[in-house]
Ligand binder design. Structure first.
Ligand code: PLP
Length: 460
């Protein structure tokens, strides 16, 4: 391995160098993201309305487009110390394998039991729920990373945690389910008989294996029908991106320590929280016209919200119980293809990232899943870490950009977010290894039913 004499393989921050505040990118956006709307009145959601579903402090963060820095409460910082600061790794071995003049770095967020960056927001959300004197929180989980992260945070703080897990994942990923139960969470396969909306869905679609949209609807009902409970969500919302800014702040501090300025910053995008968190301080500099960077969001070709979606108001869930968010969306009625194995299946995108993308401040690319798993396998073999399929979308585009540098001879510095590990995704890896994975790109006709599900908004 050829190594720059002055740049270590892993750049770690000292505990004392960890960020003490989260950064709220909205404060530096000249055009603010569009507000959440009440789906009945089409008026912006008030704090009071949101407060019936979400914790008070989180509502405040959700609606606050002005405060640039939020001090991280000491108890959350103490929890962060258990698995942060996370390393910024120079991918020397990958550079060598690609024979590229590009310098590649990745911020690794998989070094905790949840296996992803989701714990950064889970502990914050659980903390504010506890502080408000609540008994517990409810949520949904698909693949299980968010449910696991939340159950860890709740166990630490002594809060009850009720997780509605998409039935097909509950059955296919028994180990994720048991990790959550080990941390004391109750895990219900969704749709279930425990809520009105679940019973209704089961009546209309007997034998359904569920969806994230259904599980959200059940978790919201569970929160609003029990005294002392609120609902929490692991992505998409402004508050989640605020908490995830810890990723970007640490990355920037580590790069600054060695006077490194990135040219390209890349992240995978499901609901947009890790990418939003990673780019936040860099995008802030770009918006303040202090520096310029190229930002690339990477999404699956089979769920192309940014690259082929519409910028419109839409529901955040299938059951239409949530407020309306203005975002790049495929429509809440969009159903991802069954053969898609790589996560990032959400129909919409963070309102903040949607606005930045719409203004041309960030690019987006879609990639096919076999190309993603090829990149994952190469990365695992040379860098040692077995990446999550979601994270591997970012690896794919980092490799593509590094190969471009090989052609042009440019020594660009590329930073990407390695959001997690893939130990629970071995069925998908197995399909790839056995040559049984195929690609699927929806046609315009395939996407039309999703767009037809977009709600009509007066005066838009
Ligand atoms: C949830 C998840 C994502 C996608 O979520 P974002 O909100 O878009 O960040 C990406 N990678 C991993 C490992 C995840 O668990």
């Amino acid at each position: 391995m050829k190594q720059d004499s002055n740049i270590p393989y892993k750049i770690y921050l000292e505990e004392s160098e960890m960020p003490k505040s989260w950064y709220n990118l909205r404060a530096d956006m000249p055009v603010k993201p569009a507000p959440l709307l009440n789906p009945e009145t089409f008026e912006p959601m008030t704090a009071e309305e949101l407060g019936t579903v979400f914790c008070d402090e989180l509502v405040k963060q959700e609606l606050d487009n002005e405060t640039a820095y939020y001090p991280i409460p000491q108890e959350i910082r103490d929890f962060y110390k258990m698995y942060r600061p996370s390393p910024l790794v120079r991918a020397y071995c990958l550079e060598e394998k690609l024979n590229t003049p590009a310098k590649i770095y990745y911020k690794f967020e998989g070094n905790n039991t949840s296996g992803s960056h989701k714990l950064n927001s889970a502990i914050a959300q659980a903390y504010y729920a506890k502080n408000q004197g609540l008994k517990g929180v409810t949520t949904e989980t698909g693949a299980g990373q968010w449910g696991t992260a939340l159950s860890m945070a709740c166990a630490y703080l002594g809060l009850d945690c009720q997780v509605y897990m998409v039935k097909v994942s509950y059955e296919q990923k028994p180990f994720r389910r048991e990790v959550m139960k080990t941390y004391g969470a109750s895990v219900t396969p969704s749709p279930s008989e425990t809520t009105n909306v679940g019973r209704k869905i089961l009546e209309e679609h007997p034998g359904t294996t569920g969806s994230l949209g259904c599980a959200i609807s059940e978790a919201v009902e569970a929160a609003t029908s029990q005294e002392g409970y609120r609902y929490v969500l692991g992505s998409v919302l402004n508050q989640v991106m605020l908490h995830q800014s810890i990723i970007g702040l640490e990355t920037k501090a580590a790069l600054d320590k060695y006077n490194i300025t990135p040219d390209i910053i890349i992240g995978c995008a499901g609901g947009g929280s890790n990418l939003g968190g990673l780019i936040a301080p860099f995008m802030g500099e770009k918006l303040r016209k202090e520096k310029d960077y190229q930002f690339i969001a990477v999404e699956p070709a089979s769920c192309p919200s940014l690259t082929r979606g519409k910028y419109a108001y839409d529901f955040c869930d299938t059951g239409k119980v949530t407020p309306l968010a203005k975002m790049y969306t495929l429509g809440h009625g969009f159903i991802p293809s069954a053969n898609h194995a790589g996560g990032l299946r959400y129909h919409g995108m963070s309102s903040v990232l949607s606005e930045l993308y719409d203004e041309g401040l960030m690019e987006a690319r879609s990639v096919e899943q076999t190309a993603v798993f090829e990149a994952a396998k190469m990365f695992a073999q040379v860098e040692g870490i077995l990446p999550a399929p979601e994270s591997s979308h970012a690896i794919r585009v980092a490799i593509d950009e590094a190969l471009k540098c090989k052609e042009t001879g440019e020594e660009k510095t590329i930073v990407f977010g390695l959001t997690g590990t893939g130990y629970f995704d071995m069925v998908a890896y197995g399909k790839f290894n056995d040559g049984e994975m195929s690609d699927y790109i929806p046609t315009d006709e395939d996407l039309q039913p999703g767009f037809d599900s977009l709600p009509e908004i007066p005066n838009q």
